[in-house]
Write a protein that binds this ligand. Structure first.
Ligand code: NI
Length: 391
């Protein structure tokens, strides 16, 4: 790993900071301590700070007054789950844990802000976006709805997520679609309740649910081009309370994921048509409700090329995967990429199973990559704002 020499000197400070964040995780829109810490540090380095965007969001700005502008985004929220780790920096908040490494993302971006404030060589504007509520709570969209890119000029936006399974010291991205869109849905089926002994007097929503689950699996297999990756998973099924009662209602839920916005449109439309059609065939009614949604992460090819060049400069070509296979998980950074060109990057969190995988009670961010991540951010900003002198 060839990190910026000066940033290597921050290593102990960044590790301390990251572990402090890990010990004090906060859920979506409740990242008050985190936002305060981020703001205070940024101010102490002379970075201009704007707070309260999407409640707890923070934007730091460094500017030479003219030239292009780049935004670098980190997320700050933790997950509602109990931590199983026993190390000193384990969560001090019951039922809340940094199990996705957003503590590391925040620390890496802070390390870059400190360096750029003190030693940065660029002409233009750098925005440091510290986003709340990435985990299924729409923080990116809310920041945009509150005028993020209207209040703060941005020509391109870049994001980064640690990636367990990818060796520490490595980077991976790709041009075009990289992470799937997500559309979570609930289907409410209204039938007619009756005694279990007299099905002819009711409309059985459980039988209809069973038929509907099968029918929904024909959407990907019969309505979608086999060359287009897509998945529909039914993950919730609730109905009935008694052995001798056919209930009046049943509820299904699940998620749709794909990479192509046109395919996404077809999938969302067909879920509704199939649900309504199957229910109607049996005299029942279906109501389809869409809940958490996010578009696919689609990288701009030029931005992906720049990101790979920068990663190669720091980590070496053999450590950079420039055409990583897209993954079916989603990430709300996609909303920012809908508005501005840019690129998302995976930074290796280490190979191996178990303790490494995200959203797992034994997860911990790999502190060995903190300075590498900060160096990537710095060189990306300086390269984008060109004529940078790289040490
Ligand atoms: Ni995450």
């Amino acid at each position: 790993m060839a990190v910026i020499t000066e940033i290597e000197k921050y290593k102990d400070e960044l590790v301390r900071l990251r572990r402090d964040l890990h010990a004090h995780p906060e859920l979506a829109y409740k990242e008050k301590r985190t936002a305060r810490l981020v703001s205070e540090l940024l101010k102490s380095w002379g970075v201009q700070v704007d707070q309260g965007i999407a409640e707890t969001g923070v934007v730091g700005t460094l500017s030479t007054g003219s030239g292009p502008s780049i935004a670098l985004r980190a997320d700050m929220d933790a997950l509602p789950m109990a931590e199983a780790n026993t190390f000193d920096h384990k969560s001090q908040h019951v039922g809340c844990m940094h199990a996705c490494g957003h503590d590391g993302h925040t620390a890496m971006l802070l390390g870059a802000a400190k360096y750029l404030a003190e030693h940065g060589q660029y002409k233009g504007t750098i925005r440091f976006i510290f986003q709340p509520a990435e985990e299924a709570a729409g923080g990116a969209k809310r920041m945009l709805d509150e005028g993020l890119f209207d209040s703060f000029t941005v020509d391109a936006v870049f994001g980064m997520h640690n990636w367990p399974g990818l060796a520490a010291g490595s980077f991976a991205t790709c041009p075009g679609p990289m992470m799937a869109s997500l559309d979570c849905f609930d289907i409410h089926i209204a039938g007619q309740g009756t005694h279990g002994a007299t099905p002819q007097r009711g409309i059985d929503p459980i039988m209809i649910s069973a038929e509907l689950i099968g029918a929904l699996q024909t959407v990907v297999s019969r309505n979608i081009d086999p060359n287009e990756p897509a998945v529909i998973s039914i993950t919730k099924m609730h109905a009935g309370d008694a052995h001798n009662v056919i209930p009046a209602q049943a509820h299904l839920g699940g998620g749709i994921r794909c990479f192509n916005p046109k395919i996404r449109e077809i999938l969302c439309r067909r879920i509704v048509e199939v649900a309504e059609g199957v229910c109607s065939a049996h005299g029942a009614f279906a109501e389809v409700e869409f809940l958490t949604q996010a578009p696919a992460v689609i990288n701009t090819p030029e931005s992906a090329e720049l990101a790979c060049q920068v990663a190669t400069d720091i980590a070496g070509g053999e450590k950079v995967v420039s055409n990583v296979a897209p993954v079916m998980v989603s990430e709300d950074f996609s909303y920012m990429l809908e508005k501005k060109p840019g690129c998302f990057m995976f930074i290796g969190n280490g190979e191996g199973e178990g303790g490494c995988s995200i959203h797992n009670p034994n997860y911990d961010f790999n502190d060995d990559v903190l300075t590498l991540g900060s160096s990537y951010w710095v060189k990306l900003a300086e390269s984008f704002l060109s004529e940078a002198v790289v040490d």
